[in-house]
Ligand binder design. Structure first.
Ligand SMILES: [Zn+2]
Length: 120
């Protein structure tokens, strides 16, 4: 699943203009809590939020994520796992930077399953 999809779901569910997600936490195998709020400013190009108690929480289930990925693939024809890039991040370290590997879902094509008649 893509992190961006989770962000988009959280933003839609929050129903607050300018709301951005800040903290992501799986609380069960199926449920993620996303805390966020309207940023009070920015630092080094990244949004900054107010105190934790000012944040609001939305709950996201794996079902929500699957729905979002399905919607993304229908709209764009791109693979939701890698967002059409054909590769996904598999590790990140400060010293070595970001490493990518071929996306399992689309086998590196970047296309949504079913697009161009390929069997899923
Ligand atoms: Zn992919």
């Amino acid at each position: 699943m893509s992190f961006k999809a989770i962000e988009q779901i959280a933003i839609r569910k929050a129903k607050v203009t300018g709301w951005l997600p800040c903290i992501f936490e799986w609380i069960t195998d199926d449920t993620m809590l996303v805390k966020g709020g309207v940023p009070i400013g920015a630092k080094n190009g990244r949004p900054r939020w107010g105190p934790k108690k000012s944040l609001t929480t939305v709950a996201i289930s794996k079902r929500d994520i699957a729905d979002e990925e399905e919607r993304f693939e229908k709209e764009t024809g791109k693979c939701a796992a890698c967002e059409g890039k054909g590769e996904v991040v598999y590790s990140f370290s400060v010293t070595e930077g970001t490493k990518y590997r071929q996306c399992d879902k689309c086998k590196g094509s970047g296309k949504a399953a079913g697009a161009e008649g390929s069997a899923a």
